[in-house]
Design a protein around this ligand. Structure first.
Ligand code: NDP
Length: 453
């Protein structure tokens, strides 16, 4: 792994010391730090104002108890988090994750990434993230509702359309956002639509928000491919996960002529050599809350299900052109990256946040594989959330086509910003460098302009 410049290494050591037992946060910070040395060398005012040190310290961190009652009448306790990381560009904005592995360190890595991602969209939104170690899997609707109501009973006092605007993430979709919004409305006696995004269409949600992260990811990858006169047409694609982001990445890639042959969940992998049946998969995942094993069972002989398998090893069996990791952090390691590279992958775009380990990301860089980091490639979700906020503020609702055009424009803009910045810093096509420097510069300039914040 590349070394950090001595003064940046000192700041990194301090981040590790001050945030002990938060390895994912250290990883996210280090990844940004590897790019930032060159900016600081050009603009010493950032170092003089300790911008990097300030950026690593969240403006506010909230940890709270979430008591709720299960269907058997037993009292259950979970832990809730909201990290309000940086509001230099606008109200804190970022999703809520409900998953048993969630810790403060998880929320901090996601919140840190979100600062730069939101800056890259060019929209007036700051960075934050939240969640809980609550596991929605296997819970009844009533249990999920009672948990959400209890979660919001504490969180509401920290939110507001000009203060902090959460959305969904792993384990939090339209159902959970509906329950959270209902409780916020009851407690505050305000129909403040702009306080949450990812709402259902009947309660102030935006068309295209459901599809936005997956569609945006494919738009971004399409722009990367175009720089090498390539496209999705007739390419073989692997998509990990089968949740919100994965589903709509599959759909858009197929619309652009790709052959998406496999996806996964935390139990296993489904491989359809002839291409996935999107509508069947969507129905099982969204309408029935089922598993990819259910999809394979219903698809019959067209499909192979491999319990507990690693999706990326499919690259050893059949040539894969494009990989779209859309499940979770650190799901694609150095070994997987090597396998993909050896078997001819030309592009990797991250739908999930930090799905590639540092070893994998460096391997793609060295092999000159087109590599779109999550903070650029998956920014379509938060960008469309900002479009939802715009519609809520003007009490308007836009058509699907108009909203999708806006999303496509935003993704093109993010691509241009990353590409131009990487070129300016002497490494054309290095989207990691471009995304980190472009996002950092916007936030750092806003912080400088506001004095000591
Ligand atoms: P969902 O909950 O809808 O889906 C998550 C998918 O990933 C599921 O298929 C899940 O499988 C799988 N998964 C989760 N954890 C693991 C794990 N530890 N090992 C293997 N598979 C796992 O979440 P989203 O699609 O919304 O989010 C996916 C990723 O995209 C996350 O990294 C999120 O932060 C990122 N993201 C999401 C955005 C959005 O708008 N939703 C915006 C930007 C980024 P299983 O059901 O078995 O757990």
């Amino acid at each position: 792994m590349p070394e950090l410049e001595p003064r940046i290494q000192k700041i990194y050591d301090q981040v590790v010391r001050r945030n002990i037992s938060e390895p994912e946060f250290h990883q996210a910070a280090r990844e940004v730090f590897e790019s930032i040395g060159r900016v600081i060398a050009k603009k010493p005012e950032y170092a003089e104002a300790s911008i990097l040190e300030r950026l690593c310290e969240p403006e506010r961190q909230i940890i709270f108890r979430v008591p709720w009652v299960d269907d058997k009448g037993r009292v259950r306790i979970n832990r809730g988090f909201r990290v309000e990381f940086n509001s230099a560009l606008g109200p804190y904005k970022g999703g809520l994750r409900f998953h048993p592995t969630v810790t403060l360190g998880t929320v901090k890595f996601l919140g840190f990434e979100q600062i730069f991602k939101n800056a890259l969209t060019g929209m007036p939104i700051g960075g934050g993230k939240g969640g809980s170690d609550f596991d929605p899997k296997g819970k009844s609707d009533g249990e999920v509702m009672r948990f959400c109501q209890s979660f919001m009973t504490e969180l509401y006092r920290h939110l507001g359309e000009y203060t902090d605007v959460p959305a969904g993430d792993i384990g939090v979709g339209g159902r959970e956002i509906g329950y959270l919004f209902g409780q916020y409305k009851r407690i505050t006696n305000r129909y403040e639509s702009g306080v949450l995004t990812g709402k259902g269409l009947g309660i102030g949600g935006s068309l295209v928000r459901t599809e936005a992260t997956g569609y945006g990811l494919v738009y971004f990858a399409q722009e990367m491919l175009a720089t090498r006169r390539e496209s999705f047409a007739d390419k073989k694609v692997l998509v990990s996960g089968s949740g919100n982001v994965a589903l709509y990445a599959i759909k858009k890639a197929q619309e652009l002529g790709a052959d998406v042959v496999a996806c996964s969940d935390s139990s296993g992998v489904v491989y359809d050599a002839g291409g996935l049946d999107f509508e069947l998969l969507r129905h099982i995942k969204e309408d029935e809350r089922g598993r990819v094993a259910d999809y394979a069972a219903r698809r019959g002989s067209a499909s192979v299900y491999r319990a507990g398998d690693n999706l990326w090893t499919i690259a050893a069996e059949t040539k894969i052109d494009i990989a779209l990791p859309c499940a979770t952090q650190n799901e694609l390691n150095g070994h997987d990256a090597k396998l993909l590279i050896e078997n001819g992958v030309i592009a990797v775009a991250e739908g999930a946040n930090m799905p590639s380990t540092p070893e994998a990301a460096h391997a793609f860089d060295e092999a000159k594989v087109l590599f779109g980091p999550g903070k650029a490639a998956n920014a379509g979700g938060v960008a469309t959330s900002a479009l939802e906020m715009q519609q809520n503020a003007s009490r308007d609702s836009w058509s699907f086509d108009y909203t999708e055009d806006r999303l496509a424009d935003i993704m093109r803009g993010i691509h241009v910003r990353c590409a131009d910045t990487s070129e300016q810093y002497g490494e054309p096509g290095n989207y990691v460098l471009g995304a980190n420097i472009s996002g950092f510069t916007q936030v750092a300039n806003a912080m400088l302009a506001m004095g000591l914040i």
